[in-house]
Design a protein. Structure first.
Length: 243
């Protein structure tokens, strides 16, 4: 049964590049999905991985405590058979600014679904990622409900896929459960949080919000969360093609 090794991390912009790059060098991944990626770091990450990137910008990051620049999500692989993206919420034409007013920024910044096809052992694998809408204290909001319906509509257009990313909504609550009602949630139940207990500014937070979901054509095994890399845990998994 053909398989690929998948890694997914919210890298918190440029804050943890040393630990992120050290971890990625050790993984022998076939596909890497990263959230909160600064465009200026793409060449460095491509060099670390020996891969190409498919980058989708989501906002102009302009908070005064960090260097300004485009922030988005990216999928890395040695080669792509195909790449696609769909913005499903927020403002993307043009992109809006992420500023000190976090609540306003969360409403306005773009949210996107990006997906790629890669080939291994003669089989095509479709891997997608998203950085879903944030809410304070993990509470479900009407904005999340609206954005989740838009995301689910776009996912219906992809027959079989693996979806990884930062879903910004805790497992066991309404938004996560909507995804898990249609796609398999592969994060083992032994994990009670995907927030790094030391590196996240508000830790400890008992929420699993980073995930790997699969359609019936795929299975995920050896799924693990790893701490000490970014403010979110890194997720690793072996993805097998079933059909």
């Amino acid at each position: 049964m053909p398989s690929i090794r998948l890694v997914s991390i919210n890298i918190e912009r440029s804050k943890h590049l040393d630990t992120v790059s050290e971890f990625l060098r050790k993984q022998s991944a076939d596909v890497v999905t990263l959230q909160e990626v600064m465009e200026r770091d793409l060449l460095f990450l491509e060099s670390v991985l020996g891969m190409k990137s498919f980058y989708v910008p989501l906002s102009e990051y302009e908070k005064p405590d960090e260097a300004k620049g485009l922030e988005g999500q990216s999928i890395f692989a040695r080669d792509f058979v195909g790449t696609s993206k769909a913005y499903y919420a927020g403002e993307w034409d043009p992109l809006t600014k992420f500023t000190e007013d976090k609540l306003e920024s969360i409403v306005r910044i773009a949210k996107a679904l990006s997906w790629v096809q890669v080939e291994k052992a003669g089989q095509l694998f479709c891997v997608a990622t998203t950085h879903f809408t944030w809410s304070e204290h993990g509470e479900v909001t009407d904005l999340q409900r609206k954005d989740m319906q838009a995301l689910l509509e776009h996912l219906k257009g992809i027959p079989e896929f693996v979806l990884s990313g930062d879903f910004n909504t805790p497992r066991g609550r309404e938004m996560w459960d909507l995804l898990a009602a249609t796609y398999k949630d592969n994060i083992p139940l032994k994990y009670s949080s995907s927030i790094d207990p030391l590196l996240h500014r508000a830790a400890p937070i008992p929420y699993v919000i980073d995930g790997v979901f699969t359609t019936l054509g795929y299975s995920a095994s050896n799924v693990e969360l790893h701490t000490g890399i970014s403010d979110h845990c890194a997720v690793t998994a072996t993805i097998s093609k079933l059909s």
